[in-house]
Design a protein around this ligand. Sequence first.
Ligand code: FEO
Ligand code: CA
Ligand code: CA
Ligand code: CA
Length: 590
Amino acid sequence: QPAKKTAAASFDFKEIEAGVDQTHHVAEGYDAQILLRWGDPIFPDASDFDPNAQSAARQARQFGYNSDFVGYIPIGGSSQHGLLVVNHEYTNEELMFPGVGIQDAKDAGFSKMTKDLVDIEMAAHGGAVVEIRRQSGRWAVMRESRYNRRITAETPMEITGPAAGHDRMRTAADPTGRQVRGMINNCAGGVTPWGTWLSCEENFNGYFWGKLPEGHREAVNYKRYGIGTPAYAWGKFHDRFDLAKEPNEANRFGWVVEIDPFDPDFVPKKRTALGRTKHEGAAGIVNADGRYVIYLGDDERFDYVYRFVTAGQVDPQNRAANLGLLDEGTLSVAKYNPDGSGTWLPLVQGQGPLTGQNGFASQADVLIETRRAADLLGATKMDRPEDIEASPKTGRVYVMLTNNTRRSDAQVDPANPRAKNAFGHIIEMVPDGGDHAAATFRWEVLVRCGDPSIKEVGATFSSETTKNGWFGMPDNCAIDQKGRLWIATDGNNQKATGRADGLWALETEGELRGTSRHFFRVPAGAELCGPFFTPDDETLFLAVQHPGEAEEGQPASYEYPNTRWPDFKDGVPPRPSVVLVTKQGGGKIA
Ligand code: FEO
Ligand code: CA
Ligand code: CA
Ligand code: CA
């Protein structure tokens, strides 16, 4: 008998069974409350959800589709009363609208999509601000709140920072290059210490229709971002999403958007200094010298990890001054050396290869083509960087690398150690000297994900991890006040593995480092997003995204979804929802 380990696990919940069925499951002793569903009215004058009477006007007053990032911004420091800020990443027209079915290769013209349906989709994208309050243990939405707001693909926004006003940002509708309508495909994000919401445009490429005019200067740029294969029919009905009619509009998407949720009239700002990529998230930390440091993943196979350091310092006494901080600073891209050291390579016009000769005549050019600039600097090509979070307790930085089945044996490197990486891994970075603005860092792989009982997978969870405790495809993460890591997954092939996506808690310290436990799982077809804690760690916000979606070998449509969660009523489609978890009888989560 091996000696029993004496170190107590820092997580004390009883883990749930991994598996998949029609509904969600949370660890024993916890409650999961469904707070906001797609279509729920969030204003006093908003209509109740009726899938047969949906319109763009109704949708614009209701909670949007496919929530991803969820942030909680306290009012007066409270963990019982605050503003929920939520991204509505994308839409599943086959699950939202009767008779639309699944888009197939033969119907590249989106023949079933009408302008009315497209306009509903545009109103279901974007985000929401909702005031919420906890009374007698239960949370409720305050529908009358003056803060409540919907942001859609049509909301007027301002472009700020070094790329604002540049020729390449100008369109027929906006000759200034400083005003754009809407944000799209906003995946993860962040909340700043000055109480704003950072919302990140990810797969913006899929919204552009048509072809650039022959010989257009943006051809190389657009190819690098995968623009040219539409996933949505918007460009059929809206000229600005048709490259032939408005070739520059696509340069105005792919940014990090800052929104002040305490000002319902605030014009959202696309902060170009943070670069243009398929941004996953934008979580940050205040550096010891007062500058704000944001870590950013670009979610694509063989793309990069970035860092932005503000030029100025956060002023805790002057909120208004902090609202300009993200327009000036240095964006860098990570190089992971094989010896466990790492270097941040600055993306600054005029330095190294970032010159006019290579097409970078100004910092605006560097930012508009962030990926091509990073290619020239020789950054490390990663396995799809998703969320990145810095621990406020230890200062260590955790990078979720979700998967990359296209990596060949020849492309394996120590930071991306598996070919055909189906399950992803997590890297831990330690900034040199504890300085998040330092030019160098140390790094190691914290865990290679996947089923440890299958030798060929090469997973490295600790031996204390049970058959329920392992996970694959890490995507979003949160770090609680004790510095413990919580990981939400996206893409466990439910048919192949018999496991739904969900939330796992991972020990990062001491003897149990690398031990994972299963806390929550989603219904069939869904992925899990959030997670986010209130400051007191007593409420955990989660987002169940695309419930009922098709799985490999299990097609799904409005008429035949893979689940009707959470309403379970005939004729009511599945509804992506924000769920909150609290401990029965009160107390900190786990
Ligand atoms: Fe929208 Fe990278 O997940
Ligand atoms: Ca997502
Ligand atoms: Ca994600
Ligand atoms: Ca993902």
